[in-house]
Each structure stands twice: as C-alpha cells, then as structure tokens.
Design a protein around this ligand. Structure first.
Ligand SMILES: Cc1cc2nc3c(=O)[nH]c(=O)nc-3n(C[C@H](O)[C@H](O)[C@H](O)COP(=O)(O)O)c2cc1C
Length: 258
C-alpha cells in the first residue's frame, strides 16, 4: 500500500462536503426528503431484559465549581484507584454525556429531540454502552443506557476485564477502570437526513459527547481518558452489535483519581 497516497485520500474526509456534490445532486433526495419513516432516535430494550432506574436529574447534587478551574484542571487521566464510583455520580455522567432534555412531537410522532450535547441536525446517532466493573449497587457486566426512560439495561453480566482490555488494544486502563463508556453509532440516524454528507458530522458529534464526560468527571472528582485506539471487531463483539448498521466509534474509561 502507498501510505502517502492513502493519507492524502483520507484527508479529503476532513473537508466540508456540503457543496462538493452539488452538480451530481441536482435530482438527489435524501431519505428524509423522500418522506421515508424517521428512524428511532433510541434503541429499544430487549424483551425480558433487566432494566435499572437511574437517579433522575432533579435529584442530582448541585455542583458549584468554577468553570475556569474546571477547564484548567481537565486532563486525560489513565490511572485509577480500586474504589467503586457511586451510583449517583454514574447517573450524572450518563445524563451529562447523552441525556435527553426535550422531545418535539408532531402528529404524535417524535420528530426531533434535544440532548445535553449538540449534534448535527439534532440526529444524535449514538448509543452508550457501559463496561461496569465497580459501580455502587451494580453487578459487573455490559449495560446500555436508555436516555428516554432514564434506565440502564443489563446486556450481559460477568467479569469482562480481559475482553475489555483486549478490545482497547491492551490499554489496561479500560479493563481496570470502575466503568468504561463505549459509544456506538447507528449511522442511518444521521444519513436519513444528510445521506452521503453525514460522516464528518458524526465524528464531530462524538467529540462533544466525550468532552462532556471529561468536564463531568472533573466536576465530580473523577478522571477519564478518551480512547480511539481500539479493536473494531473485539469492541463490537463485546457490546454485541452487528458492525455494519451499528458499531463502536469511541470509548473512555472512568474511575477515581489516584
Ligand atoms: C480522539 C482522541 C483519541 C485519543 N485516543 C487515546 C488512546 O487511545 N489512548 C490514550 O491513552 N489516550 C488517547 N487520547 C488522549 C490524548 O492522548 C490526550 O488528550 C492528549 O495527550 C492531550 O492530553 P490532555 O487530554 O491531558 O490534555 C485520545 C484523545 C483524543 C481526543
């Protein structure tokens, strides 16, 4: 492979796509413009899954921290203590990173929703999976967050330290953390609206999600580190997604700071 050529080719992906296809798009319509059904904005829980209520936003502790100090102290933290993190802090972090603030309905149908992070076209194409290792009240396992009902769903219980570490290409912090956030994308949620123009937007979106995790952790006395170097296949297998219509895009271990 000619890596120089490949690098230049991949660089194109960083550029704004909006007027690139103008000529080809004279007769082009997105699925939204064709009147196709809007995709679900969250995944539904599986039949008979175990669902656990999270603490609601109204009951969260009031955190009063100086934003300048928060930003100044934010940094990537890779070493954590053996302590568990409280269920309250865990609930706050889920809400901060992808909580739903409001839903807009038209003719009884959900047409748009707003979350705690911005997203191109308000499409919010991500699901949050959690490798839970040491979180108060929770058994170890893989979970998924359901922001529409403020619950988490147990996908599978067990100790997945080895699988999580391998999925993170032997970055041990991912397996040793109290909890590791793994974000998957369902690209069609954005493609329904933006078609071939979606990909850059999706990756910018996920950066916002992780940045909220950094700031949330900093405010709660916890630490995190963004992780983009991971095994696609092993991570998708761990969170049980098909790797095509849904696949992992980013992860971040969280723990008490050493
Ligand atoms: C997109 C992205 C991917 C990253 N991937 C990794 C990673 O796989 N492993 C890691 O240890 N740090 C990773 N980091 C953390 C960076 O190394 C870190 O942000 C950088 O060194 C600057 O340090 P700071 O976050 O403390 O300011 C990543 C950060 C970003 C934004």
């Amino acid at each position: 492979m000619n890596f120089e050529k490949e690098t230049l080719k991949n660089r194109e992906f960083l550029k704004a796509p909006w007027d690139k296809y103008e000529k080809d798009f004279e007769n082009f319509k997105t699925d939204q413009e064709k009147g196709f059904q809007i995709p679900d904005f969250v995944k539904k829980p599986g039949n008979n899954s175990k669902l656990i209520d999270l603490i609601t936003f109204e009951k969260f502790p009031v955190i009063t921290k100086n934003i300048n100090e928060l930003i100044m102290s934010r940094k990537s933290r890779r070493v954590f203590t053996e302590e568990e993190i409280s269920f309250e802090k865990f609930s706050v972090l889920l809400w901060i990173t992808n909580g739903i603030k409001s839903i807009v309905k038209k003719d009884g149908e959900n047409i748009r929703h707003f979350r705690t992070v911005p997203s191109g076209g308000s499409r919010h194409p991500f699901e949050t999976y959690l490798y839970v290792n040491r979180v108060e009240f929770l058994e170890k396992g893989i979970y998924r967050y359901h922001p529409d009902i403020n619950k988490i769903e147990l996908i599978k219980s067990g100790d997945f330290e080895k699988e999580m570490t391998e999925a993170a290409l032997d970055q041990h912090m991912a397996g040793k953390a109290a909890v590791t956030f793994i974000w998957s994308v369902l690209p069609y949620r954005t493609e329904w609206r933006y078609s071939v123009l979606s990909m850059k937007t999706i990756l910018i979106d996920v950066g916002h999600v992780c940045q909220n995790l950094y700031i949330g952790c900093e405010a709660l006395g916890l630490g995190t580190c963004a992780v983009a170097a991971y095994s696609q296949e092993k991570t998708d297998k761990l969170i049980e997604v098909d790797g095509e219509n849904e696949f992992a895009v980013y992860m971040a271990p969280v723990g008490n700071i050493k």
